[in-house]
Design a protein around this ligand. Structure first.
Ligand SMILES: *Cc1c(COP(=O)(O)O)cnc(C)c1O
Length: 473
């Protein structure tokens, strides 16, 4: 636990000086306040790596190298590459690093396509409903793409499932009344209550909205006990929290690489399939899933690569894969467990400063006034979080959060907003500093102070009628 002593600006500067990982920030291109839409000189405080990680100098270098190879070697770049990364095997150097950070064997991970398409790919193979066992468990508050994707699968089995079954196929997990995050015990109860009908449990490793880290080690054994499979969406987990897919006995998982892995907008996605997991002969095939040894024989017989790579479809997109290598090389140098340790301290410091702010609303206090201008913390305490912290700005609605958020941007603090009231802040280990956390909290307090003043002059009817920027739909 962090001590509750409030760190001063000098304390934070000292933490940065003594931080053995303090050199990695210089590997990245830090955006300016102006470039992020604010006013003033200097670098922005970029706490938005949960959404899009920053460009590293090495990623820029790798991409420029690939453009040069394309220009000079042209088609032979697939086989002969001046930097030793022939495009034909461009994912090969990624695999060992990735297997390590997700806690899996190399043959269990692959890079291909993008996250949502990988959900569809894996659900095609591993969602094999029967009349008795056909339900999919997912959180009601899941990322919309997951929610849409999962809902589309039962309909593909309309020869086996009745229209009623298709309608009832998805079980949506919800937090208890008045709570923001799911309790493990409640998830286990849903599994017990539906133990004969659940086919797949689909959960995030880290929840995108609340920042909650799910206790997969506690949930997976129960999923298997009832005879179902557990799949994970690791979009907000990979590169952020310690992950042990093998040890937790996760059956399959997907991730994107543009968040904590800094691979660039819409970069290549990845997935994991537990060794030996049976696909029942259902696989969407493509030439890139064919064994590399015989792929170029152009044979009409599909001979899948053993393991996860046998589920790839197309040749690997080079320009959206190569920036990933830069981050993975850096993580390898730094040591992922050191990153996780620093991440806990960064976010722990943010929590300490926020909880001692006059604007903090402690929701464990039933008498807490949630109608005043301030913020609540939605993210659970350590260890049930990664680096992301989600705060809800109060009072909810009336355009309060967007106004506070735009004042933050104006002063150079970049988080992101999720309506109706949440601001997500993620201090990222590889490029954020302790000193920035101190300044970020001051910016938030200033933005809230101005909101108090704003509400004093624009309050009452005018506020509710004229300035409600948020649609509640
Ligand atoms: C970021 C994110 C996605 C994005 O999906 P794409 O297919 O890469 O566009 C999906 N699900 C979750 C949970 C995410 O956090």
């Amino acid at each position: 636990m962090m001590s509750k002593a409030i760190p001063s600006a000098e304390d934070l500067a000292r933490l940065d000086r003594e931080d053995p990982l303090n050199w990695t920030r210089d590997e990245f291109e830090i955006p300016t306040i102006k470039a992020c839409g604010g006013e003033g000189d200097g670098d922005a405080i970029y706490f938005c790596g949960n959404s899009l990680g920053l460009l590293s100098r090495r990623a820029r270098q790798h991409v420029l190298e690939e453009l040069d190879v394309w220009s000079t070697s042209t088609v032979t770049g697939h086989f002969k590459h001046p930097h030793g990364r022939p495009w034909k095997h461009v994912d090969a150097p990624l695999t060992p690093h990735l297997a390590k950070i997700v806690g899996a064997k190399e043959e269990e991970v692959a890079h291909s396509s993008t996250l949502t398409s990988n959900i569809h790919n894996l659900f095609t193979s591993f969602y094999r409903p029967t009349e008795k066992r056909w339900k999919i468990v997912i959180e009601k508050g899941s990322f919309p793409s997951d929610w849409y994707a999962i809902h589309s699968h039962p309909q593909l089995h309309d020869k086996i499932l009745s229209p009623e079954q298709i309608k009832e196929a998805v079980i949506g997990l919800e937090p208890r009344e008045g709570e923001e995050t799911l309790r493990t015990e409640d998830i286990l109860k849903v599994l017990d209550d539906n133990k004969d009908t659940i086919a797949i449990v689909w959960l995030p490793l880290v929840q995108y909205y609340t920042g909650q880290l799910f206790d997969v080690a506690a949930i997976a054994p129960k999923v298997h006990e009832i005879g179902a499979l557990i799949g994970l969406d690791m979009a907000h987990g990979i590169g952020n929290v310690e992950t042990k897919l093998n040890e937790w006995e996760v059956d399959f998982a997907v991730w994107c690489t543009y968040k904590y892995l800094n691979a660039g907008p819409a970069a290549i996605g990845g997935y994991y399939i537990r060794a030996g997991l049976d696909d029942g002969g259902r696989r969407l095939a493509g030439w890139w899933g064919n064994d590399a040894a015989t792929r170029f024989q152009m044979s009409p017989d599909f001979q899948p690569t053993p393991g996860a790579k046998g589920y790839q479809h197309s040749c690997t997109p080079v320009l959206s894969s190569i920036p990933l290598l830069a981050t993975l090389e850096l993580i390898d140098k730094v040591g992922f467990s050191n990153m996780v340790a620093k991440g806990r301290r960064l976010t722990g410091t943010l929590v300490t400063l926020l909880e001692t702010s006059p604007y903090y609303i402690d929701t464990s206090d039933p008498k807490a006034d949630q109608s005043k201008v301030g913020f609540k913390i939605l993210t659970p305490p350590a260890p049930y979080r990664g680096t992301q912290l989600s705060i809800a700005i109060t009072p909810e609605g009336h355009g309060t959060m967007p106004r506070v958020f735009s004042r933050m941007i104006q002063r150079g603090l970049v988080g992101d907003e999720r309506q109706p009231s949440v601001i997500r802040l993620s201090p990222v280990v590889l490029y954020n500093r302790f000193e920035e956390i101190g300044r970020a909290v001051k910016i938030i307090e200033q933005a809230l102070k101005e909101e108090e003043e704003w509400q004093k002059t624009n309050g009452g009817e005018v506020d509710l009628k004229g300035h409600d920027l948020i649609s509640k739909e």
